[in-house]
Write a protein that binds this ligand. Structure first.
Ligand code: NDP
Length: 245
């Protein structure tokens, strides 16, 4: 596991947007960030799941989250522009953007994958990440030291049979991260990727139904690398591909 111990006030005065915050790894990131003092902005499709995470955070006495029900599969330019405009009316700056939401297909040979399935994966995992990062950049530029996290995978670093669409989307995510990190290297914004590693979530259970889920760590257990990247201890770390486990 990545070794880092976050101090209790690590993320005070920071506003952090997490995509896919309704469940799994994104939910754990939201809860951990709130616990360390951040104001979190929760984005995913299912409003009820975001409301449940928000309720949990408020009940624990942390800062009240902002909820954004938003479909990354269907959003167009105007939706991202509207999202950025609405957010800028509610917050002065964005100190962290965690591009965590993704989808995966069932494992199958590329010859059995339809063009639509391939495109859908790229839409959510890559195109939406590009669009969100692009349109939220002005808010990230308002922060003293903003951190952007891109979510990779082991198959985003080395391809494997049966993973063609998802792996392609994660290689593209790494490429996007590297280009943005290089373009912004003279600024105060850092960009890095995280490979969570096998983690006990709905996505993992769907892709590997035969697996004994208890073999894998819970999302709460893989938080150290995310907290390191979102707090000031990682200032100067840019363009790196990190592993949570
Ligand atoms: P989950 O499937 O548990 O959660 C995915 C989240 O993304 C949900 O909150 C979901 O919410 C949201 N999401 C999916 N589609 C959309 C959409 N169209 N618009 C907005 N939000 C969407 O996944 P994990 O927590 O397991 O994965 C988190 C990240 O970690 C992903 O990038 C995944 O690729 C990566 N990863 C995970 C591994 C694992 O073992 N779990 C291993 C390697 C990488 P909703 O459906 O409500 O929209």
């Amino acid at each position: 596991m990545y070794s880092y111990t976050a101090r209790p006030s690590l993320l005070e005065n920071r506003t952090i947007l997490i995509t896919g915050a309704g469940q799994g790894i994104g939910k754990a990131i939201a809860l951990s960030c709130a616990e360390l003092g951040a104001k979190v902005i929760l984005l995913a499709r299912t409003a009820s799941k975001l409301e449940a995470v928000s309720k949990q955070i408020i009940e624990q006495g942390y800062l009240s989250p902002i909820i954004i029900p938003f479909d990354l599969a269907t959003a167009k330019d105007k939706d991202y522009i509207q999202l950025a405009e609405q957010l800028s009316e509610q917050v002065n700056q964005l100190d962290g953007l965690v591009n965590n939401a993704s989808i995966a297909t069932d494992l199958k040979p590329f010859t059995e994958l339809s063009i639509e399935e391939f495109q859908q994966i790229m839409e959510v995992n890559v195109n939406a990440t590009f669009a969100l990062t692009k349109y939220l950049l002005p808010l990230l530029q308002q922060a003293a030291d903003a951190s952007i996290i891109f979510t990779s995978s082991s198959v985003g670093r080395k391809g494997r049979a049966l993973w063609s669409a998802y792996a392609s989307s994660k290689f593209a995510t790494e490429g996007l991260m590297q280009c943005i990190a290089d373009e912004l290297k003279e600024t105060s914004i850092r960009s890095n990727s995280v490979n969570p590693g096998a983690t006990r979530t709905a996505m993992r259970a769907h892709v590997y139904p035969q697996e004994t889920v208890t073999d894998n760590p819970l999302p709460e257990q893989i938080m150290p690398v995310y907290l390191y990247l979102l707090g000031p201890d990682s200032i100067g770390i840019n363009g790196q591909a990190l592993n949570a486990q």
